[in-house]
Design a binder for this molecule. Structure first.
Ligand SMILES: [Zn+2]
Length: 167
């Protein structure tokens, strides 16, 4: 690994620790040439096959970009979006598969967005699942109500105090 400061072609690992609940490893490195220290993050790469056939690395930023539009005007912060993207990545990694289609990413986003904001979820689902009539919306709203009734019965209102607090 090249030193980012002086471009020296080698660096020495001085510390390694797991981060993100074991999803990645952070290494502290030191350049033997200039002595400066820097950090690298190592994760198993997830890839996405786009509809065009192009393969690209999975990116949390792209998940956030994809969801941000559906969240316009909703009480959803950038921190909420970052957490959602992290959870989507975790759920993808849990499948044990390393390559996904664009469609799989959408499927993985839906449940997390639903627990974050129901209106944003409906907007995202309407585009992603190509709702083309009021019936599709009614069906989605009916499902939301059923899930909410179920959650209330279980005494588990799905609000996350951590994300509510940093608004
Ligand atoms: Zn250096």
């Amino acid at each position: 690994m090249h030193c980012p400061f002086c471009r020296h072609s080698d660096s020495r690992v001085i510390d390694s620790r797991t981060a993100d609940d074991g999803m990645s490893i952070r290494r502290r490195r030191q350049c033997p040439e200039c002595g400066k220290r820097f950090t690298t993050t190592e994760t198993a790469s997830l890839t996405v096959i786009k509809r065009s056939g192009v393969v690209e690395p999975f990116s949390r930023e792209k998940v956030m970009d994809g969801v941000r539009k559906a969240c316009q005007g909703r009480p959803v912060t950038e921190a909420d979006l970052a957490l959602l993207a992290q959870r989507v990545e975790e759920s993808l990694r849990l499948t044990g598969v390393a390559q996904f289609e664009t469609n799989d990413i959408g499927v993985a986003i839906l449940p997390h967005l639903r627990s974050l904001d129901e209106v944003a979820y409906l907007r995202f689902a309407s585009v992603y699942q190509a709702f083309d009539s009021l019936d599709d919306f009614e069906e989605a709203v009916r499902e939301l109500r059923a899930t909410r009734a179920g959650a209330a019965a279980a005494g588990a209102a799905a609000t996350d105090p951590a994300s509510a607090a940093d608004k």
